[in-house]
Design a protein. Structure first.
Length: 73
């Protein structure tokens, strides 16, 4: 595996929302996201399913996935 391709395929960020936040990626996620919910909760919806993410959960959003997310504090 080419390390350069692998490391450029993921984004590792620490994001904090102190109040409600909505993200609209219905055009498709721009990259892969691997996350850990430190606190709060989130709902991610696609055309076919909804995932609820709670404190302590690990989650993955694939590249080009069409979704909307609703983040609660």
């Amino acid at each position: 595996m080419n390390d350069m391709i692998f490391t450029n395929s993921f984004k590792f960020l620490m994001i904090a929302f102190n109040k409600f936040h909505h993200t609209d990626h219905r055009a498709g996620s721009p990259s892969h996201y691997l996350g850990y919910m430190i606190s709060g909760d989130c709902k991610i919806t696609t055309d076919s399913q909804t995932v609820m993410i709670k404190e302590g959960d690990v989650f993955y959003i694939p590249n080009k996935c069409r979704y909307q997310s609703y983040w609660y504090g």
